[in-house]
Ligand binder design. Structure first.
Ligand SMILES: NC(=O)c1ccc[n+]([C@@H]2O[C@H](COP(=O)([O-])OP(=O)(O)OC[C@H]3O[C@@H](n4cnc5c(N)ncnc54)[C@H](OP(=O)(O)O)[C@@H]3O)[C@@H](O)[C@H]2O)c1
Length: 307
């Protein structure tokens, strides 16, 4: 049995449906109030509960060999605050403890690119602390560290204003490159990490030396898309797909961005200080995953709008 935590979310939903399509038995842990109909109809066994609810999480581990978590409990309190960090860390510790107590063989943890326990960004600090706790507990694990998810960041910063005819706001110069990744690709890497056979090829083409090797082993996989793009290139791709120009306005780092909560505007300012190109060719070839370009996602979305 594979337990998916965060199955009510974007990536977790894709992970759940992909596993079910491939024929794996799946239990989905979702929070109260989530729409469980889709998961239920797809064939998942649904358990309702919160990550920090020790009893529910322990019960959800029955007969589970592998856990995939895509939960993002930083969002639970609605903001990136020290409290949100605390909630995330507490929730993930409960999950990791329950998995260890139940003798789970492998935990696939969805972290974030740049996560670090000492990060000044609460979200990245929380993810980094959870990664450290995984190592400390000695559970066999894979850490997936996605860069910016296209459907979340590109949609919020460029897609929504561009489609409504407004101006796209770029923080700073907007010429740093980031490896925007499609949610379906993150899901594909999570499923591959969880299900590929022991001893199968790892991302470098050689045998997996991390999760396949035994208790306490960990494997870290940064997850990016097929190309590292600047925000200005992201706008240009929208122009090409929509067939019309998109206005750009720039603000200095630290200024508020319309439609974007202040803590995300701070992240946009941070993104203007470094590049994050992630080499995925070896792992995508070894795991048989074809990375999805941004243009393909946008064309699909456009088809949906006009179909
Ligand atoms: N978006 C990005 O650019 C990005 C970048 C790097 C890493 N990531 C990470 O990738 C993962 C997947 O992202 P996503 O876009 O799929 O996120 P998402 O749509 O927000 O899904 C996260 C899921 O976690 C669930 N969850 C949150 N707190 C929980 C709790 N206490 N107990 C049980 N479930 C809880 C949420 O439940 P509800 O539906 O009930 O709220 C939601 O279904 C997240 O861990 C995120 O931090 C995302």
């Amino acid at each position: 049995m594979i337990l998916v935590v965060g199955a009510g979310g974007l990536v977790g939903g894709l992970v759940t449906r992909r596993l079910l399509r491939e024929g794996w038995p799946v239990r989905a842990l979702v929070r109260p109030g989530a729409d469980i109909g889709v998961l239920d109809a797809a064939g998942a066994e649904v358990v309702v509960g919160r990550l920090r609810d020790q009893t529910t999480v322990a019960e959800a581990m029955a007969d589970v060999g592998t856990v995939i978590t895509t939960a993002n409990s930083a969002l639970e309190s609605g903001a990136e605050t020290p409290e949100a960090t605390h909630l995330t860390v507490a929730g993930n510790r409960t999950l990791i403890d329950a998995a260890a107590a139940a003798g789970v063989d492998h935990l696939v943890f969805t972290s974030a690119y740049g996560a670090d326990p000492a990060s000044p960004v609460p979200f990245l600090a929380a993810k980094g602390q959870a990664e450290s706790y995984l190592l400390e507990r000695g559970l066999r694990h894979t850490v997936l560290a996605p860069d910016l998810v296209m459907e979340v960041w590109v949609a919020a910063v460029v897609g929504e204003p561009a489609r409504s005819g407004g101006a796209v706001t770029i923080v700073g110069r907007g010429d740093r490159r980031h490896a925007f990744v499609a949610a379906e690709d993150v899901a594909a890497y999570a499923v591959a990490a969880a299900t590929r056979a022991v001893g199968s090829a790892g991302p470098t083409g050689g045998p997996v030396t991390g999760p396949a090797d035994g208790p306490g082993e960990g494997y870290y996989l940064p997850v990016g898309g097929p190309e590292a793009l600047t925000w200005r290139e992201v706008v240009a791709i929208h122009e090409r797909v929509m067939g019309r120009p998109v206005r750009i306005r720039t603000v200095v780092p630290g200024e508020l961005v319309p439609g974007v909560p202040p803590h995300l505007a701070a992240t946009l300012a941070l993104l203007d200080t470094y590049d994050s190109a992630i080499e995925m060719d070896a792992v995508s070839a070894a795991w048989g995953i074809t990375p999805t370009p941004l243009e393909a996602i946008l064309r699909r979305q456009l088809d949906l709008v006009y179909s």
